[in-house]
Design a protein around this ligand. Structure first.
Ligand SMILES: NC(=O)c1ccc[n+]([C@@H]2O[C@H](COP(=O)([O-])OP(=O)(O)OC[C@H]3O[C@@H](n4cnc5c(N)ncnc54)[C@H](OP(=O)(O)O)[C@@H]3O)[C@@H](O)[C@H]2O)c1
Length: 232
């Protein structure tokens, strides 16, 4: 039988690191990816301390050749779950937003996940799950967030369609839709943001785990979760 593992993108910090810790507590095998190898190793250490077997695979989701190499490294593993979590937020008004900003957002948030999903799905078995860590920005408009909103809406649509395509194969396709969460992503967002008022990344990881932990014949299609104080 093929080996099984949960692949988490953007596992080097923030929400991805917490998802890794949460799945590790369930004693599952993990494959972690991102660009920052030292930070990925730090996540791997935390997960190993919780009892998981972990491999680390550096890859830039904006580079299709690196996604191909990642898929090659995972050959022989039938994923129990692919958690598409990595993402970037370029927040600029339309007059400042460049073609490069737009393209990078598309590459990391949409095309990279597509290139990874299409390579991994063929070996995934009934009972496995695809999870998109989306954003409330897929549903709610925020001024200056147009490229991010575009990318998150695109991914939710991609996953909704995949859900119907993969349902007959017993593969569960899930959108997790968090509002503002206290991670480093806010350091790159212009303005003053009080992360102390935001939801913790553990809450998002627990929502992912809730969806994954359902029996194989139960599908959580979407969870929208945020702080009681509002989206931002
Ligand atoms: N924080 C929030 O308020 C919030 C709310 C809703 C949704 N989200 C979504 O949650 C997900 C995780 O966000 P976060 O808040 O945890 O952000 P974060 O702390 O900035 O982490 C982003 C992760 O994405 C990875 N990443 C970025 N560019 C990459 C690239 N080119 N190739 C591969 N990996 C890349 C980073 O890894 P490396 O730097 O190692 O490459 C990092 O692990 C994102 O999809 C984000 O849109 C966040």
């Amino acid at each position: 039988m093929a080996e099984q593992a949960y692949l988490i993108t953007g596992a080097s910090r923030g929400i991805g690191r917490e998802i890794a810790r949460t799945i590790a507590r369930r004693g599952r095998r993990l494959a972690l990816t991102g660009r920052d190898t030292a930070a990925l190793e730090a996540t791997a250490g935390l997960a190993r301390d919780l009892g998981a077997e972990v491999t680390v695979h550096a890859a830039d989701l904006a580079d299709v050749s690196q996604i191909g190499k990642l898929a090659d490294e995972l050959k022989g593993i039938s994923l129990s779950g692919l958690i598409a979590n990595a993402g970037v937020a370029v927040v600029k008004g339309i007059e400042e937003l460049t073609s490069e900003d737009w393209q990078r957002t598309l590459d990391v948030n949409v095309t990279g996940p597509f290139e990874l999903v299409r390579r991994m799905v063929p070996s995934m078995k009934a009972g496995s799950s695809l999870v998109n860590v989306s954003s409330v920005a897929a549903k709610v408009a925020f001024p200056g967030w147009s490229s991010y909103c575009m990318s998150k809406s695109a991914m939710e649509g991609f996953f909704r369609s995949l859900r119907e395509e993969l349902r007959p194969r017993g593969i569960r396709v899930i959108n997790i839709t968090p509002a503002a969460t206290a991670t480093d992503i806010w350091q790159g967002v212009p303005g003053e943001w009080d992360t102390a008022k935001m939801m913790s990344p553990e809450q998002v990881a627990m929502a992912v785990a809730f969806a994954l932990d359902r029996p194989d014949d139960v599908l959580v299609e979407e969870i929208q979760i945020g702080g009681l104080g509002g989206n931002l």
